[in-house]
Ligand binder design. Structure first.
Ligand code: SF4
Ligand code: MG
Length: 336
């Protein structure tokens, strides 16, 4: 099927006292109906900024989409104004966050918060909205929903709060659900339940999911495809099997070796990747991973690698994959 959401060459900058940070530097991704895409990478790699750009939930004064396109169902989202975006948020694209206590309003009952979206997007009566709120709470696994509608967030456990945030996000049946570290703050048992809930909702409604995480266990359980981000760019993209079994980019290989995984023996030692990500005030002109890469070549410091197809569904942006690498320093062959 055609992609539901297509991001092409997205650039996002932040202005700070210290200068301009190039937080997202040419990200492309696509999402098909009913698919789950994971975006993984270390903190600060631009994964949350990418996700928030799709919803246009970036700080208004300090951030800017400086280039690229975001097409959703044939519409160019970067061209929409705030009023048009507000219509889309919640009804077409929804987002959930790590912490419900800061993402939702702790001073308004959960019933009011769920019904607000229903009334706004569906233009139904309050009693109909209330019925739908009860239904969605049942669906996400909140026991005794009629009574709990009147309660406030602090009266729920962490796992239940995540369920409520998910209920609010999906009640108007959006076609895309973006989840930014949705299980990070939860203990392992609850994490697994929330992942199961995502799968159940996807089966019921066909919603496409973008999940931002640094947890490869979560990726293995839920994702169809994975984009690995580093220093504001997608460095490798493929199916879960391709990336876990045959990672091609040295950063992905390092990431797999440095993070705990479900499918690994418990006592396999983890090896952190030495070094730190580059300064995005002044990104390197060649490969952003070069300073940490055990395979770095002369070409890597000189020119940024472009994504190369490893298979029909798998790309890696690394000079090791690019046949042109050996010719770059032998004119007249030109890259770009
Ligand atoms: Fe390493 Fe070069 Fe590949 Fe970058 S392009 S990851 S430096 S081999
Ligand atoms: Mg984040």
């Amino acid at each position: 099927p055609n992609p539901l959401l297509e991001v092409d060459n997205l650039h996002v900058t932040f202005t700070t006292h210290g200068g301009t940070v190039q937080a997202v530097r040419g990200v492309s991704l696509s999402l098909k109906p009913g698919e789950t895409l994971a975006i993984v990478g270390e903190s600060g790699c631009g994964k949350s900024v990418t996700a928030r750009s799709l919803m246009r939930l970036l700080p208004e004064h300090s951030s800017r989409i400086t280039g690229g396109s975001i097409r959703f169902k044939g519409r160019e989202l970067t061209a929409l104004n705030e009023r048009q975006m507000r219509e889309l948020r919640g009804s077409e694209i929804s987002m959930i966050f790590q912490d419900a206590m800061t993402a939702l309003n702790p001073t308004i009952s959960i019933g009011e918060q769920i019904m607000e979206g229903i009334v706004r997007h569906r233009k139904v009566s309050r009693s109909e909205a209330r019925k739908q709120a009860i239904e969605i709470l049942k669906l996400v696994g909140i026991p005794n929903p009629e009574a709990r509608l009147k309660q406030y967030l602090h009266e729920f456990s962490g796992g239940m709060r995540q369920r409520i945030m998910i209920a609010i996000a999906v009640v108007c049946e959006p076609s895309v659900l973006i989840a930014d570290e949705p299980t990070t703050a939860l203990d392992v048992t609850i994490q697994a339940q929330i992942i199961e809930l995502f799968k159940k909702l996807q089966e019921r409604t066909g919603v496409s999911i973008i999940i931002i995480t640094h947890d490869l266990g979560v990726v293995a359980k839920i994702a169809d495809r994975v984009n690995v981000m580093y220093a504001g760019q997608v460095v490798e993209s493929g199916t879960v099997d391709e990336l876990f079994q045959h990672p091609q980019h040295p950063y992905t290989q390092g990431l797999l070796g440095s993070m705990p995984r479900l499918d690994m023996e418990k006592d396999v030692p983890l090896t952190p990747i030495p070094g730190t990500p580059p300064d995005l005030f002044a990104p390197p002109k060649g490969c952003a991973f070069a300073a940490r890469c055990p395979y770095a070549m002369k070409v890597c410091g000189a020119y940024p690698p472009e994504p190369v197809s490893v298979s029909a569904s798998h790309t890696a942006a690394c000079w090791l994959q690019d046949e042109r690498a050996q010719n770059v320093f032998q004119p007249p062959i030109k890259i770009n």
